[in-house]
Ligand binder design. Sequence first.
Ligand SMILES: [Zn+2]
Length: 334
Amino acid sequence: MHDDVDVSRLPEGVTPLGDDIFAIDTMLAGYPGIVSSYLIRSERPCIVEVGTAGSARVLHDAVTAMGLAPADLATIVVTHIHLDHAGGTGDMAALFPNAEIVVHERGARHLADPSRLMRSAAMVWGDRLDTLFGQMHPTEARRIRSVAETGEIDLGGGRRLVTHYAPGHAKHHMGLVDTLTGDLYVGDALGVYNQLTGDVRPATPPPDFDMQACLSTLRLFSDIDAQRLMFSHFGAVDTVAETIDRARSELHLWVETVRESHGSAGDLDHAIAMVRDKVVSRYKPLPPDASPESAAVLDILSGAEANVSGIVHWLDRLEQERAEAERKEREEQG
Ligand SMILES: [Zn+2]
């Protein structure tokens, strides 16, 4: 259907990963190394993750520079609908007129009508909404295909991407497995992988973070026995079992640290300070040539503040559920 790509002349920000897979840096808010998209340049080409509205043009230029016409793109799939992953979906649908948009069923209606999503994003991000993410534009409902527990995307030539519902980070999150390579696109389910240091830290934002769901998703991902892990933040990792184990132990450490400070009459700021002190300080320092701006933005997306807020939100929810269950029990007995 198309010629081979000359990998010695790829556009900037594009990394070949073999088997017609290319990582494309979406340059969130102009910064490198924060959100990666992936192009599978198979018979029916597919893009995994679109980044923000501002990234749509970056992806369009990278894809066309690699010899595909916009009309060739068959599928665009997002692991979940957070703005750093799916904010550009409406713009992408307009730029790639034949692409079907695949999303988990719990996210589908927000792609068709992002107004509620944008309102809650404005509450969370305030002034930073515009500089970091921009506006998500609606995607025509007829272009959207939603999938449930599992689903399939035809990549052509017998190759498929199989979707697996993978909640915990968000209720509308899924992982994707390439049947040719065994690569697993993990979205944010394992957290954020730092290519420069090899550290993995969890991504546990409000309002959806759910520890039990996260742990089930980690078990599912272990069982998939993937060849590689394709992180949205950031890049491909081939130490699969080790990285999943690390993600699990980090998750436990963050949650336990917040639980301790939360239980000891601590407020949110106290819990954040504890986590910075006991948990974040363990991570390796960035090498001197790393972009401090990118590090700062990643820290906003998935740093101590957002993660601790999500964990506290989840602990409060557990507490409410427990109180509710006790109340019911008393009623039944009484
Ligand atoms: Zn993310």
